[in-house]
Ligand binder design. Sequence first.
Ligand code: COA
Length: 356
Amino acid sequence: MVRSKIAGIGYYVPERVVSNDELAGIMDTSDEWIQERTGIQQRRYGKKHEETTTTMAAEATRVACSRAGISPEDIDFIIFATLSPDYYFPGCGVLLQRELGITKKEAGALDIRNQCSGFLYALSIADQFVKTGVYKNVLVVGSEMHSMGLDFSTRGRNVTVIFGDGAGAAIVQPSDDPNRGILTTKLHSDGTYAEKLAFINPGAHGGYHLNKQGETFDFGYPPKDTFGEIFITDKMMADGNYYPNMEGQFVFKLAIQKFPEVIHEALNEVGLNPSDINMLIPHQANLRISQMVQRLLSLRDDQVWNNIQKFGNTTAASVPIALCEAWEAGKIKEGDLVCLAAFGSGFTWGSALIRW
Ligand code: COA
């Protein structure tokens, strides 16, 4: 079976830089608090009413295509990972196809809803399609427009200060060198704690059976025996219950366990060790998480790429943006062992090993 490889990669971040001090001007937070707990100094926000998750993805895709030496029309299949889609439905995959002007070919488009690990899931699917000979040019893209859906009051500060906007894209093609390309991908999930990091409303849950932890939620839905068409209720509006929520410390503890676990799993499969990694690209969740993972794997600073300081957490876009940035900086060379890893809402997590 032929291996697949990343033939071209690109990223796009909006122009507008939002500093911690700017956020401190609109909610009760501080540059010191944000930097100490997360490492984040600034993030980018897209231009409202001009840029969307899809338009940013299109920018990143054009760069990835040109670096892969193909035109967007050559794309055989689109895999789009995001938690901040332009529409509830249809998904961003088809919107990207239209934005790129490549509808004529009627190539398939798939949307991935796996949040922070979305790009890893997308890459793994692309890998399966390419190595089995089904497609030759698969576009894998992660893009997020978080700034449109965050709570900018002090109530939302634990979540809002972390996230930023941006997009990253990769073209996955068959590799002509059997020793180079994607060596393995590992994917996992555990829905037990789905609500610990979630954006629950609006949703079709109707307010019932939201989790198995014995917690009950009152979102002000009409009684069970009515046919309810209401998605956002007055109570949700009053409580501000239509924003993402996160139990930060719970997420942190699980993240520092699952990142090393899934990286070891991939390395074990191909008979390699953490010391063999030339560049680890961790999902940029929190600089403290990346530093802890680095320590647990005994990696040097030059073996790990972090850019959360500049871009915040861009969820599905963070791995391809960081990968692309590291590559552009000349830190990833032919033959290097690159490890991608992510953990996030679901919980879902995964890793990929690539001989570049
Ligand atoms: N500015 C100032 N104070 C803040 C704040 C902010 N932006 N956010 C929360 N606080 C306050 C809290 O209200 C709390 O105050 P209290 O002690 O008076 O109640 C205090 O800071 C500590 O809150 P806590 O949530 O326990 O802080 P933390 O040390 O766990 O840091 C996170 C919060 C979110 C930075 C941290 O838990 C984290 O990064 N977790 C992982 C999250 C993650 O990676 N998510 C991405 C998905 S992979």
